[in-house]
Design a protein around this ligand. Structure first.
Ligand SMILES: [Zn+2]
Length: 501
């Protein structure tokens, strides 16, 4: 009986996905191709289609189809049941928010985004402060509408990382923070006494860089027939269907490594999208588990694999050949040290894999404090400066390079940041499991054989779509719950060797 009803639900979900694809393409075009004067019309088109999508989404239950299925399959342990549970979860969240509230919040964010951009440009937090106060107040309201057990912040986290809570994250993040602070201090001290490294700047024609990046992507297993690489200011990945996955990267004529890092990261995301099961397109079983899980797939390629010795053993000779100046005269060991340089810095998106998570933990603590009403928006610039000094030992000269640097809050995204660190932790834990199960992983990668590790990730993670929650998937794949241990061990081994700490 549920199967027939489920088939009707799947048809409705597919219709929603077609709308989602159309919307996605408009967003993609906006970032990649659209002429600047098209912005206003595009915003209106996207607004209209988003409204229609929202109506369609709520119509999933027009004849009580969804709610009946949710009751019938409540405690069942089948793929259909998992799929229905996920749709039901998002449906109920959406239903709990009054339409008027959603509209007001979206208008507030449009205004806040413009003001934030101006505030950042002039490095003046006081411009943005009243809008951020309103955003925080509305996000608290959202948490009340949605409901929560312990912390209102849990209700916000849940939108990005279903099932994650402060009770789960706080101890993991604290352990990581307490390890990182002294570890980074030791690296900084050790780096001061190391010989200086060669300069890798030069002139790298963009067309040649594009060819090199396309080669890296292809070797990793990115299908150019089912995907495309374009250029945008902020790199991103967008999957319309496993057969059509778009990524973007960005190039710097003076720095060949600038693009490679972001390409490898986005290809990691793209491999997840290209690896989702086509037969489940449109349903949760054909979707990525969560933002944190998605990020784990980009990070494992960007960091554990893409900044590893094996990866560069294979690619460095190719890089030297493509760009003899300056790489021909730089020995592998120096190059490898440069790729893995640790430097506490001001800007999150430019930070290395060791210091990165302290940028996130700082944001998590601030967001949680704001939503739990232990911190006030007006105090944020000072809190930001104090924490940056304490965690990373850096002095924040102005708000532009401090509290105003990220776009997230102006778009109403509170509860999003932790998914980046979750991604790093999942990545290290998955990679440790892959190394246990694939003893030849490093040797294979050093020879340019990326299929074993890619297929391992695909079979263990990608093909399951949203069949399991992030928490269950991590346990299934690695044998234990999420822990910061594997990430800490990974850093200790790698940077212990590089810096002698
Ligand atoms: Zn990412």
């Amino acid at each position: 009986m549920p199967s027939k009803q489920y088939a009707i639900l799947v048809d409705r979900l597919k219709d929603l996905s077609y709308l989602g694809s159309a919307l996605g393409l408009l967003h993609w075009d906006q970032e990649v191709h659209m002429p600047p004067a098209g912005a206003e019309m595009r915003a209106r088109t996207i607004g209209y289609l988003s409204g229609r999508t929202h109506e369609q989404f709520l119509a999933l239950d027009k004849d009580k189809l969804l709610s009946k299925l949710a009751v019938a399959l409540k405690d069942k342990d089948t793929a259909e049941a998992a799929s229905v549970r996920d749709v039901w979860r998002s449906y109920r969240r959406e239903k709990k928010l009054p339409v008027k509230f959603v509209r007001e919040f979206s208008e507030l964010c449009s205004e806040a985004h413009v003001v934030w951009a101006k505030a950042r440009e002039t490095s003046d937090f006081s411009l943005f402060q009243p809008l951020l106060e309103k955003i925080v107040a509305m996000k608290r309201q959202e948490a009340e509408y949605v409901g929560y057990k312990d912390s209102p912040y849990d209700a916000l986290l849940d939108a990005y990382e279903p099932g994650a809570t402060c009770a789960q994250l706080s101890p993991v993040f604290s352990e990581l923070r307490d390890f990182l602070q002294p570890f980074i201090r030791r690296i900084v001290r050790a780096a001061a006494s190391q010989p200086s490294l060669p300069d890798l700047k030069g002139t790298f024609p963009i067309e040649k860089q594009k060819a090199f990046n396309a080669l890296v992507a292809e070797k990793m297993g990115f299908s150019h027939a089912a995907g495309k690489i374009d250029v945008s200011t902020h790199p991103f990945t967008m999957g319309f269907h496993p057969q059509d996955v778009r990524i973007t990267t960005r190039y710097d004529e003076r720095d060949a490594l600038y693009a490679i890092g972001s390409t490898v990261h986005e290809v990691g995301h793209a491999l997840y999208e290209q690896g989702l099961p086509v037969e489940h397109f449109g349903t949760p079983l054909g979707e990525a588990v969560s933002l944190g899980l998605h990020e784990s797939q980009s990070r494992v390629w960007e960091n554990q694999i893409g900044k590893g010795r094996a990866f560069w053993t294979y690619f460095y000779p190719k890089l030297q050949k493509a760009f003899p100046k300056p790489f021909k005269r730089v020995v592998f060991e120096d190059f490898f040290r440069i790729v893995n340089q640790v430097r506490p810095s001001l800007i999150r998106t430019e930070s290395d894999e060791v210091t990165y998570n302290l940028h996130i933990i700082l944001r998590y603590e601030i967001e949680k404090g704001l939503i739990e009403e232990n911190l006030k928006v007006k105090d944020l610039p000072g809190i930001w400066k104090a924490k940056m000094k304490e965690y990373l030992g850096v002095c924040v000269p102005d708000d532009r390079q401090g509290v105003l640097q990220d776009v997230h809050w102006s778009g109403g995204s509170i509860g999003y940041f932790p998914t980046y660190t979750l991604g790093n932790l999942y990545a290290a834990q998955f990679y440790a499991a892959a190394l246990r199960e694939l003893p030849r992983l490093q040797t294979d990668v050093a020879k340019g054989r990326f299929a074993p590790v890619r297929e391992w990730l695909r079979q263990k993670i990608h093909v399951h779509g949203k069949l399991h929650s992030a928490q269950v998937l991590v346990k299934n794949v690695t044998g234990e719950e999420l822990s910061s241990r594997y990430f800490i061990e990974y850093l200790k081994t790698k940077y212990g060797e590089l810096y002698g700490v």
